[in-house]
Design a protein around this ligand. Structure first.
Ligand code: ZN
Length: 363
């Protein structure tokens, strides 16, 4: 696994609607691999990789935004009040470092009331994101030189390798961006091409409601659509078997269900067959709540697209630091690579019970 690229992607900044840092990095990674690259009006990066055939099309979306905040108010003492951009587990924000992206980047920390002065009720109450203030360590007249209402704020954390895992902020969804870059790179490096024209989309504003993917899908109108994201691995002590969703180290997750998508069952079988054929470790994912770009891609194509999703299992998702296993990350790249180069083997029949995978060409 390319830990350096994974680290650069996760550490890059880009709150929903403010994907400046991550977009530049993705453009520099994808430009040497793509036949065409463009940025649309909402800010999605689309890299076209021409396929062996243009008869059908593939759209693959990895959202590049990360959960973040927006500056709502600056008080007389220079403290910043915020609104969330995306769904935070607010209790994990206490005393975390953040970066405020104003005229220049300023480091800050997330302050709440110290436990010593909390009432007994306050000690047991869960904080809301809006209870926090961002402390820049500066007086108001210095803060307002650089920071304006409406600026974005992101979390700060460096990637640490822990055992066989990587631990850093924003694996959701820089892990998905990594998967897409590395799958395209693997195909190009082997002198191959995707079976059909591939639109690799690095989408914006997923965390606030799949907005970038919606816009890109309306433009691309793909036959096949894949979303790449992370999913919950609640495999820590105390979790019930049916609540785990996925487990770290058990392989890439083939999505079956989430709050925005019932995966095309034909796609679940197709991916499972490819994983078995390629001996790629895999598990099935049923995510009780939450969603992915697949939810937009499936329904905003006229007549619908044949949609699936590949997820990297992640512990502590939407918290300050997230954890993923290197085996699962590589398995996700491998399965995605196999999907892009096997869609000409798609079984077009609707007979679910008898589905087959056409033999590999030349086999
Ligand atoms: Zn995500």
């Amino acid at each position: 696994m390319n830990v350096k690229l994974f680290k650069d992607l996760c550490e890059a900044t880009g709150a929903p609607g403010f994907e400046y840092g991550i977009r530049d990095l993705i453009i520099s990674e994808m430009t040497p691999l793509a036949d065409e690259i463009s940025v649309d009006n909402i800010g999605n990066v689309t890299a076209l990789i021409k396929g062996r055939s243009s008869e059908k099309s593939i759209m693959c979306a990895a959202h590049m935004d990360e959960i973040g905040f927006i500056v709502r108010h600056i008080d007389d003492n220079g403290f910043i009040r915020i609104l969330p951009l995306g769904g935070f587990d607010a209790k994990t924000l206490t005393a975390q470092r953040v970066m405020v992206h104003g005229k220049k980047d300023l480091p800050g920390c997330m302050g709440v009331k110290p436990i010593h002065v909390m009432s007994p009720e306050e000690r047991t109450k869960m904080p809301a994101v809006t209870d926090y203030v961002v402390d820049l360590g500066l007086p108001k007249d210095e803060v307002v030189k650089y920071v304006s209402v409406g600026d974005s704020i992101t979390r700060v954390s460096d990637l640490v390798e822990m055992g066989d895992c990587v631990n850093v902020k924003s694996i959701d969804n820089r892990g998905g961006c990594y998967m897409l870059i590395e799958a395209v790179r693997a195909i190009i490096a082997s002198g191959n091409r995707p079976d059909y024209d591939l639109y690799a989309v690095f989408s914006v504003q997923e965390e606030v409601g799949l907005r970038g993917a919606h816009a890109a899908t309306l433009a691309i109108q793909p036959t096949f659509a894949f979303a790449l994201d992370v999913t919950i691995a609640f495999d820590t002590p105390g979790s019930a078997a049916h609540d785990k969703c996925t487990e770290l180290g058990k392989g890439t997750a083939i999505k079956v269900y989430d709050g925005t998508l019932i995966t095309d069952p034909r796609m679940v079988k197709f991916m499972t067959a490819l994983a078995e054929e390629g001996e790629i470790p895999h598990q099935l994912e049923l995510l009780a709540a939450g969603g992915t770009d697949a939810g937009a891609m499936q329904k905003f194509t006229g007549g619908g697209s044949i949609c699936g999703a590949i997820s990297i299992p992640v512990r502590n998702v939407h918290q300050s630091i997230e954890m993923a296993h290197k085996v699962d990350i590589q398995a996700s790249v491998d399965l995605l690579t196999a999907c892009f180069t096997s869609l000409s083997r798609w079984d077009w029949s609707w007979k679910q019970a008898e589905r087959t995978l056409a033999p590999k060409q030349g086999a």
